[in-house]
Design a protein around this ligand. Sequence first.
Ligand code: ME8
Length: 657
Amino acid sequence: MKYYLTTPLYYVNDKPHIGHAYTQVATDVMARWKRLEGNDVFFLTGTDEHGQKIERTAQAAGKEPKAFCDSIVPKFKDAWKKLDISYDHFIRTTDPEHEERVQSVMQTLFEKGDIYKGTYEGWYCTPCETYWTDLQLEDGKCASCGRDVEKLSEETYYFRLSAYQDRLLKLYEENPGFIAPDTRRNEVISRVSEGLRDLSVSRLKSSLSWGVPFPVDDRHTTYVWFDALLNYITGVQWPGGERFKYWPADLHIIGKDILWFHAVIWPAMLMALGVELPKRVFAHGFWTVEGEKMSKSKGNFLDPLEAIDNYGLDAFRYFLLREVPFGQDGDYSESALAQRNNTELADAVGNLVMRVVTLLNKYTEGKIPPRGKQEPGDGNFIQSLSIYEQASAKMEKQEFDKALDIIVGLARNTNKYIQDTKPWVLAKEDTDRLNAVLYNSAEAVRILAIYLDAFIPDSAAGIRKQLNVKPQLLKGAKYGFFEEGHEVGQAKVLFKKLEAKPRHAFERVDLRAARIVSVEDHPEADKLYVLRVDLGSGQRTIVAGIKPYYEPAELEGKTVAIVANLEPAKLRGILSEGMLLAAEKDGVVGLLSVGAEPGTQVIAEGIRPRAAKKISFKNFGKLNISVKGGKAFVDSLALSAGDKPVTCERVKDGKVE
Ligand code: ME8
């Protein structure tokens, strides 16, 4: 049977991050599983290269849009190679074949009356490439990403989305599996039931030129989403190409952020075109990183390639699909990844393979023994190897975490079987019985490798090498394959135990940009000022010993770095809720200043502070903060806030104490 599955086409405005890697790995696992089932699989991925966002990013980089895209696409392809993504075709929306087909779709829909001319008045979010009405905005911002929107009022062509409400509702009702997971399905149904507005599908060339020219009216450019969604059929050479045999798509895997486009607009487009509808759209959840939304300014951008370098490809792939039920949001943390790797991959799977191959080498000269003396208890164990139906039921619903639980359960069972039957004792007492246990265990390992092949192909190949067997399909996951005398290879460690990287002490410090609002002399001390500082969220008092070095006028209005989570302390009777940071050299003292808004957190390269608690003065003092060449560092890591370096004007090189 054919099986066609897709990922979103990613915007090429930046390098891939963990979210993109997640969608890719999930789709890859599904594709590999379907191939293991013996299907003729087509797996499509690619890049979304048109639209305002790309146009502006290219401009900022000083490049023509196409040249800019050409420079980013290899980053995606390289990343997918490193992640071992087995896609069959990589489509770019700038491929001429795609662009031609998009134009013919627009022409056809215009001729059919599904696209008509009108005026658009409303708001546009460029990062999301999405139109919003006044009512849809949330606090005047994009309802999806919360960023600023731009007012638009211009001539446009509309797609008659409103005409498809009833047919869409019928589609959802008759095909309960069309949108997954169920919670998302219900959200879509209730929104569609409220009614649909026609969708603007062109922009005047004068405001957007980077896109597919709109065929009906050469003053217009095609809306990027209309163009991008069509990739799912142009990518299989619709209409009429040889690859169109793969249509309809069996599964579109996407993130929850773009479900509306895939579950509402896309099927309506296909209905308008008279093309068969896809079978299923699965919207997965979003990752946060160490408890927070990922963003560059927070310094927690998670580069999947770095994670692979640090932890290994398969530990990363395994973690993504095992940690969080597909469809739910999840949190990426190094410690959770290390934990999964250690308990499930290293202890259960790796340990089993090592044991079995070592036992075979030790007791049966590295050869598969005869089936030996089987005992009634073995029957149960052998029975437990037939997990295909259970695992496959989970995979059909994209419940990857549950499928993996079942598969790793096989490794646990086998470990237990070996523990219970004690081959090392049998070796001394009962060779016939030893043979049975080793034969059965070797079969279990072989079968385990078949299942794991979809998830962690590299390690599955490692297991096959140790057993000296070729890749097999899932139908080979049945007991009784090995022939007596088959020579196995050498035992080798498959998964190293991981330690989450030790945390840097800087993670416990909450440094913030604070604006000095007022400066007064301390009534009881000559060298102290009493400052009020603004932290964006509110003001607080700080007592600082900088009177000998600064006049009040030099301080007022200045934005400086403060330790915001220092244990409050009374200094000569006045409570100080924080500390200013200053560098000193040869008697010159200079405050560390920050060019960001009050409240912005100061981060160090690669370290994102997670200060939940107050820090004592003593512990803070253990940090090695210094100024070099006018810029602040903790150890050798540069400090910054909101992408701007923390600096010191007065002291170019010195210690912060
Ligand atoms: O939306 N967690 O492209 P895009 C999990 N070009 N997944 C995440 C994520 C996160 N934090 N952030 C992003 C577009 N994703 C359009 C699609 S399709 C015809 C056009 C994943 O580069 C998730 O799969 O913004 C999401 O749907 C996709 O990246 C969005 O990628």
